[in-house]
Design a protein around this ligand. Structure first.
Ligand code: NAD
Length: 428
């Protein structure tokens, strides 16, 4: 995607579209179309063979009017300043729509981490913090894991920061392991958050959750807990999930006529979200092509794998029974497919609203770090439900009041909140 479409131009276009709808002042637009601060820096790392290799790191702080900036750090070979700018801008809107008092940021290093030894990865993480520590912190900017970064890496980064500032500061970074400053409920948070949104959408559409079926794409962190939540929170059934098979270099849909058992499938799934299809088949599951999930005769579709999966071609395969598309993944729906969804009256829960349970629980993590007092899983999930339910209804109200599509309404709520904070602070 990064090679074909410039992600930052896309993020600016989306913003411009809603800025037009809101009739935003040109000066305000200019302040929001660009990041407030950008850092690009060199991270020299002593490699295991004794040589020194230079990496380039980025941190983009798009906007911090509503509170400290928040956003992950990506280690990916295709990382560029523009992908990081786009992701930082999207974080501003995601935190604002979830109504958590944080701004938006993102960081990265152009590297495939699987090519580094454990020691080299640790040096890279510590080197990133050595360059950025004056400009991150619990009151400034709080990083987190993203593609290619792990809870262990967050632990190294937190340790490096704590050494540099001279005091233990777990709240500088989230996504830490449990027992190392992490929060209960973070594993479930994004998938369950998707389900809290689906529950509210079903109430709005007068659907009966216990009679509903869902089809889910993916079986990683988000999809697994979306599947468990759909069954255990809503009382519905899940027809299928899907996954990418590295060995066969293709994707498969794994379905069951009576509905899948996500706990059983978890027991035969590896850490990358790949299911052992032979064991699934032996247990009575049907293995179909990777695209089969989207044409299932279900009430709810939950893409929770990759971007661009609901596109001009696949959108045509969606069954007439589908009433809700809940975007667990980031950017799963292309603009062409969006037009078809609108025309067919399928209720869309847009990605940065639908999957905001993850960042909301990261926010809870840093709050608990600041207090040095930790909540139970039940307390975390109850607070998450309140936040997600509130966010959903704010967007639904905007959609009904202005007569606009849910995606546009979510942008309108988010941008409106950021602009209000900028006004209150006297920036405008
Ligand atoms: P993950 O790596 O844990 O899982 C990804 C899943 O997708 C795996 O099961 C993989 O096999 C499957 N997959 C990959 N390619 C596929 C293909 N072509 N067809 C079918 N399945 C395929 O990732 P995740 O954390 O669950 O994230 C999934 C999506 O949700 C991403 O878009 C991510 O950016 C977004 N997201 C995640 C979180 C979070 O907290 N984890 C928060 C917000 C958004």
């Amino acid at each position: 995607m990064a090679e074909q479409i410039n992600a930052f131009h896309m993020a600016q276009q989306q913003f411009d579209h809603v800025a037009d709808m809101l009739n935003l002042d040109p000066q305000v637009r200019e302040m929001l179309r660009w990041p407030m601060r950008e850092f690009k820096f060199m991270i020299p790392v002593r490699m295991d063979d004794g040589s020194r290799r230079v990496f380039f790191g980025y941190r983009i702080q798009h906007n911090d009017a509503r509170g400290p900036a928040k956003g992950g750090i990506r280690f990916h070979p295709a990382e560029t300043i523009d992908t990081v700018r786009a992701l930082g801008m999207w974080m501003t809107w995601k935190c604002a729509v979830a109504n958590i008092p944080l701004g938006g940021s993102k960081g990265g290093v152009a590297i495939d981490p699987s090519t580094l030894s454990v020691h080299e990865k640790e040096q890279l993480c510590r080197g990133w913090v050595d360059q950025m520590w004056r400009n991150i912190g619990p009151r400034q900017d709080v990083p987190a894991p993203d593609v290619g970064t792990t809870p262990q890496m967050m632990g190294w980064m937190m340790d490096e920061y704590s050494k540099l500032v001279g005091q233990y500061t777990p709240g500088v970074i989230t996504g830490k392991p449990l027992g190392g400053g992490g929060s209960e409920g973070r594993t479930e948070a994004t998938g369950y958050g998707v389900i809290y949104h689906v529950r509210e959408a079903m109430k709005h559409l007068n659907m009966e959750p216990t009679k509903s079926w869902a089809a889910i794409q993916g079986f990683g962190n988000v999809a697994q807990y979306a599947a468990i939540g759909f069954i255990e929170i809503l009382g519905g059934k899940v027809a299928c999930v899907s996954y990418w098979d590295r060995k066969d270099r293709t994707s498969y849909t794994v379905s069951h006529k009576d509905g899948i058992d996500p706990h059983f499938l978890q027991s035969i799934t590896d850490q990358y979200g790949a299911i052992d299809k032979d064991k699934a088949r032996a247990a009575g599951y049907k293995i179909e092509s990777g695209e089969a999930w989207i044409s299932k005769d279900v009430d709810v579709l939950i893409p929770a794998a990759l971007e661009g999966q609901v596109n001009a071609e696949t959108v045509q395969k969606i069954s007439g029974r589908v009433k809700i598309l809940a975007e667990g993944a980031n950017g799963p729906t292309t603009p062409e497919a969006d037009e078809v969804l609108k025309a067919r009256g399928i209720f869309d829960i847009p990605d940065f609203l639908c999957n905001s349970g993850g960042v909301t629980t990261s926010y809870f993590e840093s709050v608990q770090n600041d207090m040095n007092f930790y909540w139970t899983k039940e307390e975390v999930l109850t607070k998450l439900d309140e936040k997600m339910t509130g966010a959903f209804h704010a967007v639904l109200n905007m959609s009904e009041k202005e007569g606009v599509y849910m995606r546009d309404a979510a942008y309108m709520v988010a941008i409106g909140r950021v602009v209000k904070a900028m006004e209150l602070r006297g920036w405008l």
